[in-house]
Design a protein around this ligand. Structure first.
Ligand code: ADP
Ligand code: CDP
Ligand code: MG
Length: 218
C-alpha cells in the first residue's frame, strides 16, 4: 500500500530514556516495513557497510521455537496465524541479544510491530535513534514473499493476507507515532535491491564504521 503518514497521532515524550543496557550505552535503529518490504535484505547490507549488529525479532522468535523452549508451541501458533507474540517474550530475546553482543550499535528489524511492543521498549528505558521505514505496495510485497523460498511456514497466501492486515492495523500506527515525532526516515522500497541500498546509504552515512558514537539526533 502507499502509506500516507497521519500526523494527528498524539505525541507523548518519553522522559526516562537512558539507552543503557547491561552496563553499556547502546544505539538502536528500528527497521520497519511490511512483510516482504526488504528489511532483512537491507539490514545485511547495513551490517556490512556500517558496522551494526542485526537483530531480527522474527528470527529470534523462530530460534526460540527451534530451541524447544516452553513457549515454543505458543510462539509457533501465533506466527503461523500471522499475529504478534506477547511483547514480554520478544523484548526479553532482544535484550538478551544486545547484552550478549560486544557491539553497541543495533538494527532492530521487525520490532516494534504494535503499540504493546513499543511500550515494552520504552519500559526498559531505551529509545531508537531513528526509524528506517521501507515503504512498498502490498502487491510487490506479496510477490516477494511467495518467491522468498526460505521454507517459512508463514509465507503462504493465507497467512500473508493476515500479516498484511496486522501490519495495517497494528504496525502502521507505530510508524505514524514515530513520524509525528520526526523520527522516521522513509525509503521507497519498491525499487531493485541495489537502488534501495543507495537511499539507505544516504541515511546511514553519518553512522559509518569509523564513527565510535552515534551522532546526536539534533
Ligand atoms: N528491493 C527488492 N526487490 C526485489 N526483491 C527483493 C527486494 N528486497 C528484498 N527482496 C527479496 O524479497 C524477499 C523478502 O525480502 P526480506 O528482506 O526477507 O523482507 P522482509 O524482511 O521485510 O520480510 C526475499 O526473497 C528478498 O530476496
Ligand atoms: N516484533 C515481532 C516480530 C515478529 N513477530 C512474529 O514473527 C513473524 C515473522 O516476523 P518477521 O519479521 O521475521 O517477518 P518478515 O516481516 O521479515 O516477513 C511475524 O509475522 C509475527 O508473527 C512478532 O510476533 N513480533
Ligand atoms: Mg524479515
Amino acid at each position: 500500500m502507499s502509506t500516507a503518514v497521519d500526523a494527528s497521532v498524539a505525541v507523548t515524550e518519553q522522559e526516562d530514556v537512558e539507552n543503557i543496557l547491561g552496563g553499556k550505552k547502546v544505539a538502536v535503529v528500528f527497521v520497519l516495513g511490511g512483510p516482504g518490504s526488504g528489511k532483512g535484505t537491507q539490514c545485511s547490507n547495513i551490517v556490512e557497510h556500517f558496522g551494526f549488529t542485526h537483530l531480527s525479532a522474527g528470527e529470534l522468535l523462530r530460534t526460540e521455537i527451534k530451541s524447544g523452549s516452553e513457549n515454543g508451541a505458543m510462539i509457533e501458533n501465533i506466527i503461523n496465524e500471522g499475529r504478534i507474540v506477547p511483547s514480554e517474550i520478544t523484548i526479553k530475546l532482544l535484550q538478551e541479544a544486545m547484552i550478549k553482543s560486544e557491539n553497541d550499535k543495533f538494527l532492530i528489524d521487525g520490532f516494534p510491530r504494535n503499540e504493546e511492543n513499543r511500550a515494552a521498549f520504552e519500559n526498559i528505558k531505551l529509545s531508537p535513534e531513528f526509524v528506517l521505514f521501507f515503504d512498498c505496495s502490498e502487491e510487490e510485497m506479496g510477490r516477494r514473499l511467495l518467491g522468498r523460498n526460505q521454507g517459512r511456514a508463514d509465507d503462504n497466501i493465507e497467512t500473508i493476507r493476515k500479516r498484511f492486515g496486522v501490519f495495517v492495523e497494528s504496525s502502521l500506527p507505530v510508524i505514524q507515532y514515530y513520524d509525528s515525532k520526526g523520527m522516521v526516515k522513509k525509503i521507497n522500497a519498491a525499487k531493485p535491491i541495489t537502488e534501495v541500498f543507495e537511499d539507505v546509504k544516504t541515511v546511514f552515512q553519518p553512522y559509518g564504521p569509523k564513527a565510535t558514537q552515534m551522532p546526536s539526533r539534533e
